[in-house]
Design a protein around this ligand. Structure first.
Ligand code: NI
Ligand code: MN
Length: 226
């Protein structure tokens, strides 16, 4: 699987020939100023919750690419009102077969309202299964025991976890989360974008190493193989 981060919690994973784009927040992010959203590919857009820093560019990219959007039900309804046509509103614990394999919505401990203040339902994470391998993106969340269920059920190649602290898990809890879902490789997301989530990369990398894990922090726009 190839993964390309686009800043904050936005990243694309190429899975079984399909590009899955998560939580697009590119145009409002100065750290991602070199990313041209008119060139960001997507066959599917997976949205974890309604906050602006996860939905900012969903409508534009969905309309341009015709990508199918997978989101919690209330987020999907909001996107439909914005004119996004191909939307699949799911809910927690639900899984669906997809052209890339299978996707399941997992619990996340966070909040969710849409940028205009309307109700965003509950935030989620995603387990993606495919013939290329499986991975977990937790979305914005606290550490939760529910993550153990994911590790028991699905063998994962990697997890994308927030590491920025303040609004989500920080390093210490992300390491425990990686243990709960039984991965050794973590792609860090949700860091550096805002002053309270500035990451000490060296300290973070060392902490993961000390736990026998690897923290990957690829540069924005850089594609890595996982
Ligand atoms: Ni959030
Ligand atoms: Mn967020």
């Amino acid at each position: 699987m190839k993964l390309t981060p686009y800043g904050h919690s936005c990243f694309a994973v190429l899975v079984s020939g399909k590009t899955l784009l998560f939580d697009p927040f590119i145009t409002p992010n100065p750290l991602a100023e070199n990313i041209d959203i008119s060139r960001v590919a997507a066959d599917f857009i997976l949205v974890s919750h309604g906050h602006e820093d996860h939905v900012a560019d969903v409508v534009a990219i969905a309309k341009r690419t015709g990508a199918a959007v997978i989101a919690p039900y209330e987020v999907s309804q909001w996107l439909e009102k914005k004119g996004v046509e191909n939307v699949q509103g799911m809910n927690h614990g639900g899984a669906a077969k997809m052209p890339f394999g299978r996707v399941k919505l997992t619990a996340a401990v966070h909040s969710s309202s849409m940028p205009d203040g309307s109700y965003g339902g509950n935030p989620c994470g995603f387990v993606v299964e495919s013939s290329d391998g499986n991975f977990y993106y937790s979305g914005d969340t606290a550490l939760t025991m529910d993550m153990k269920l994911i590790g028991e059920q699905t063998q994962l190649r990697f997890a994308a976890l927030p590491v920025g602290d303040f609004f989500t898990m920080g390093i210490e809890d992300a390491i425990r989360a990686a243990g709960f879902v039984a991965v050794k490789k973590v792609v860090g997301v949700h860091y550096d974008t805002f002053p309270p989530i500035k990451l000490d990369r060296e300290a973070a990398t060392r902490a993961f190493e000390a736990a026998g894990m690897e923290l990957l922090l690829p540069a924005i726009g850089e594609t890595i193989d996982l």
